[in-house]
Design a protein around this ligand. Structure first.
Ligand code: SF4
Length: 490
């Protein structure tokens, strides 16, 4: 039996973790598998925030202004430009379609696609190619948690089924049934034209799949070898009103692995790939404080030291594992870069977001992480529904106060994601947000567009420019020398 997997994710700095798991599960069962990674065919990746030139503040502001402009012509021009350059846009389509044509020349028994929903057009082409050869195609990924999206994708010619949820526990059963033309429709998480939307239950035994196999990824096309790893799925907090990560397939409910297999996986991957750079992809690595602390102790005893990076949440628990002592121990074990979500420097906005963060504690964390010689990256948001120009200026002040301790800021515009608490609130409590008009679900991009009239007011535009300028000032700095290998990775 032969299975081909097409990886339509945007990880330009390291392999896709879920694909590594699928490959390992298939190979353990003796199934022949081939991976198609677009990086191998000249499709360029999309790195996270990197060092910026000074002029970037102007282009970023122009982009912001075009996005919030009330003139529909301006927004249309922006959408056209964006469509050309976005992942999976026009420039990627030809290359990926040609690569898949070569991949299916040997007619695999099953073709799997792991994709973000923005790759719909490319998947249409792939479905068309596979239907001509009678190859069953299953598409899955974190965006397939909304019934409307799954329905739309099933209308695409050549897509046999869409998968929603974590597939590991049903994976072999699904592949065997598809390859042998057996009954696959009763498998949890499978959605077809005949079977309604459903989602597979979250995997509870996280240590049951074998360690991920990344041997099929085009290592020569990455700037360096960074190995992805996850110690848990979901987030211990899980309450932020805007967060779709805890609503999508692998983020539902918090589950954690044991420390011993995590350390063993790191040593195995070190040996397999001769690599010493690791990125922990947990939404919040300090969710399980015992594991987080154990990791710092365990990693400092490794025969071959590693460098690592992770995301944490500066929450309000008495013990959140982020004291100076904890951070110093993590730094001594190789933690060179840490990411956390500030989102806003306004207590009022943070309360509305249910972020579970106090600014005084966030300040202390940033100072301690910097003192422990860890490169600090922050994510910020602009345009949360209750945010005013004054709130934006409070974020500017917070960043300015910590300008010397933060090395990168990723600034996002508020995205209204389906099934999040704020999305329901915007629909159900319209009177609370008279400045916001919510539109219909954009099925291709998996978001619900909105127009926030406040964001295009003169006061808000002025505050946005100040925020973008402050972010640019921080992002122009070089990274801490020891963290440079992770530039753009996280
Ligand atoms: S802490 Fe992070 S992952 Fe957890 S709910 Fe909030 S935004 Fe989502």
């Amino acid at each position: 039996m032969k299975v081909s997997i097409v990886d339509l994710n945007n990880f330009s700095r390291y392999p896709t973790l879920s694909i590594g798991y699928f490959v390992a599960i298939l190979r353990k069962e003796g199934i022949d598998v081939e991976v198609c990674s677009p990086l191998n065919f000249g499709v360029h990746g999309y790195p996270r925030t990197v060092k910026q030139p000074y002029w970037k503040r102007f282009s970023e502001f122009l982009n912001y202004w075009m996005a919030v402009s009330r003139a529909s012509l301006v927004r249309r021009i922006r959408d056209t430009i964006k469509n050309w350059y976005r992942p999976g846009g026009n420039s990627d389509q030809i290359r990926i379609t040609e690569a898949v044509e070569a991949l299916i020349a040997d007619t695999p028994d099953v073709l799997l696609i792991s994709a973000y929903t923005m790759y719909h057009d490319i998947c249409k082409n792939i479905g068309h190619l596979c239907s001509k050869k009678g190859i069953p195609v299953v598409v899955g990924g974190s965006g397939f948690y909304i019934a409307e999206t799954c329905r739309e994708w099933l209308e695409t010619c050549g897509i046999t089924a869409v998968y929603s949820g974590e597939p590991e526990q049903h994976f072999i059963e699904l592949i065997s049934a598809l390859a042998k033309e057996g009954d696959f429709e009763n498998i949890p998480g499978v959605i077809t034209r005949n079977k309604p939307f459903n989602t597979a239950q979250p995997l509870t035994q996280l240590d049951s799949p074998p360690f991920p196999d990344f041997s099929d990824f085009p290592w020569k096309n990455y700037p360096n070898k960074i190995i992805p790893i996850m110690t848990g799925r979901g987030c211990e907090w899980g309450l932020c009103t805007f967060c779709s990560d805890v609503k999508t397939t692998s983020g539902r409910t918090f589950r954690s692995r044991d420390l011993t297999p995590v350390l063993s996986e790191i040593q195995t991957q070190q040996q397999r790939y001769q690599a010493n750079l690791f990125v922990f992809l947990d939404l919040k690595l300090n969710s399980n404080v015992t594991l987080w602390r154990g990791l710092a102790s365990g990693l400092s005893k490794l025969e071959k030291p590693i460098k690592w990076t992770a995301s944490v949440h500066v929450d309000s628990r008495n013990e959140n594992g982020l004291s100076f002592h904890d951070l110093k121990k993590a730094s001594d074990s190789g933690l060179v870069r840490i990411t956390c979500g500030l989102e806003s420097g306004s207590e009022s906005v943070l309360r509305h977001m249910a972020k579970g963060v106090k600014l005084s504690r966030m300040s202390k964390f940033i100072e301690d992480a910097h003192r422990a010689e860890i490169s600090v990256r922050i994510t910020c948001m602009i345009g949360y529904p209750n945010e005013t120009a004054k709130d934006v200026l409070e974020t500017v002040n917070f960043l300015r106060k910590h300008r010397n301790q933060i090395e990168r800021v990723t600034l996002n515009r508020f995205a209204n994601m389906p099934k999040t608490p704020i999305e329901s609130k915007l629909r159900e409590a319209e009177k609370e947000y008279p400045h916001i008009a919510v539109k219909e679900l954009d099925i291709s991009n998996g978001i619900i567009p909105y127009e926030n009239r406040r964001m295009s007011s003169t006061a808000f535009l002025g505050a946005a420019y100040q925020l973008i300028s402050e972010v640019n000032t921080i992002n122009r700095k070089p990274l801490l020398e020891k963290a440079k290998e992770f530039e753009g990775a996280f």
